[in-house]
Design a protein around this ligand. Structure first.
Ligand code: ACO
Length: 401
């Protein structure tokens, strides 16, 4: 008879760490976070500097290739990415199989996973060159896939990529342009969205990145791994938080109703949480939220919009940051608190928010996946468990139960 308790006692070092709050699953040279100090570095560069001074394409190059690119390297990288923006024509047929009201994340899970059926060469993960081609394909095609999901949902024709535009400008045009009219990219909106992409590019071993690594550790092809990451990101506690935060702000409606919602968030018998508040790692402030708050103003001024939701957000932040509950539990606005407000002002429906997050995070996912596959020490990910079921017992035939 197997004595389960004895087994655990004799199995040497065994850690029980639900949610992996204190277990490193890998070594990584990509992203450093100091949650107490509110520090986020990509390959050593502070996120604030990257968001202010670089572009999403530069950050993508940095994460994939370890160093910031020279001018020539950046031009070549942008050219390479632009060569892969088209989607196989047959993939457009896939969209027609979805209901018109399908959530864009459902469409993206399906379409990204299906890329493996179209780009067989990129599934040879033992070849570093093919791994890089797969990474470029994924980064390049995500805007096309996301924009097509949006176009399909509103019944407009798909727009082909325009590679004379920037990565972000092209995405804006494919999303908001119509074939009958020229589309002029607003440079403030383009810059703001590019910044949002930078802020979401990577965040070390978060749930979706860990999912991509775990899926990839079995040797699964990169498209399947990224589809797994998209599925994980969809959850409201992760990528769905900006959609949830904006919905919450709209529900609150006016600053007068804020105390009612703060009281609900503090009530242990109420499952309600302030969406866009709190973070597993940042326990002082989220450095990305600071950049985001500043970007909201720029976008609002450029588009000449005044949305009461922004005033509600500012006031809610102000009230919560003075409230003992939030101070003691170190709950601060995270990146998602303001990103939804900006995306809504630009014109994205809330259902597209997580799709945009997936688009940006693809850069981190493929960089992390490449890092893992290139590691000679890499093993299949296989967490253990603490068994809490019955001890060994004998089978009883069905007529005697
Ligand atoms: N509103 C109210 N109370 C909260 C909130 C919140 N947003 N977040 C945490 N708390 C409370 C919890 O009730 C808990 O209280 P307790 O100790 O009395 O039980 C305590 O703070 C700690 O919360 P945990 O859930 O244990 O903290 P964890 O680090 O596991 O969770 C998380 C982090 C999931 C982000 C959480 O803060 C949350 O649910 N926030 C709202 C959702 C959100 O904004 N997610 C976006 C994350 S950022 C991203 O994905 C890019």
């Amino acid at each position: 008879v197997v004595d389960i308790r004895k087994y655990y006692a004799q199995s040497g070092m065994f850690t029980y760490d639900p949610g992996f709050t204190s277990t490193a699953s890998c070594e990584s040279g990509l992203t450093y976070i100091d949650g107490d100090q509110g520090v986020l570095l990509h390959r050593g560069y502070p996120i604030g500097q990257l968001a202010e001074q670089s572009s999403f394409m530069e950050v993508a190059y940095l994460l994939l290739n370890h160093e910031l690119p020279s001018k020539d390297e950046l031009d070549t990288f942008i050219y390479t990415i632009s060569r892969h923006t088209m989607l196989h024509e047959q993939l457009a047929q896939f969209y027609r199989g979805f209901r018109r009201d399908a959530h864009p994340m459902a469409v993206m899970c399906g379409v990204v996973g299906a890329l493996s059926a179209f780009y067989h060469d990129s599934t040879d993960i033992a070849d570093p060159h093919q791994r890089m081609v797969a990474s470029h394909r994924l980064i390049a095609k995500m805007p096309t896939i996301a924009a097509m999901a949006h176009k399909y949902s509103i019944g407009q024709p798909f727009l082909y990529p325009d590679n004379s535009l920037s990565y972000t400008g092209n995405f804006l045009r494919m999303t908001f342009g119509v074939p009958a009219e020229p589309y002029v990219v607003n440079p403030v909106v383009e810059k703001a969205l590019d910044r949002i992409f930078i802020l979401h590019a990577d965040h070390e071993q978060n749930a979706s990145t860990s999912t991509v690594r775990l899926a990839g550790s079995s040797g699964a092809n990169p498209f399947a791994c990224i589809a797994a990451g998209i599925a994980c990101l969809w959850g409201p506690a992760h990528g769905g938080a900006n959609e949830a935060a904006l919905n919450m702000l709209r529900e609150i409606g006016t600053p007068e109703k804020i105390p009612e919602y703060i009281a609900r968030a503090k009530d242990k018998n109420d499952p309600f949480r302030l969406m866009g508040f709190g973070h597993r790692v940042y326990k002082n402030y989220d450095p990305r939220a600071t950049v985001m708050q500043q970007t909201v103003r720029e976008v609002f001024e450029s588009l000449n919009v005044s949305d009461p939701v922004f005033e509600t957000a500012l006031r809610l932040e102000e009230i919560a940051l003075k409230d003992d509950y939030f101070v003691e539990k170190k709950l601060f606005p995270n990146v998602d608190f303001y990103s939804g407000v900006i995306l809504s002002a630009i014109g994205f429906p809330t259902t597209m928010f997580t799709a945009l997050f997936a688009l940006a995070r693809t850069v981190g996912w493929v960089a992390q996946w490449n890092e893992m596959i290139s590691d000679p020490e890499q093993k299949i990910g296989r967490p253990r468990q603490l068994y809490t079921g019955p001890t060994q017992r004998d089978y009883v035939p069905v007529d005697r139960r």
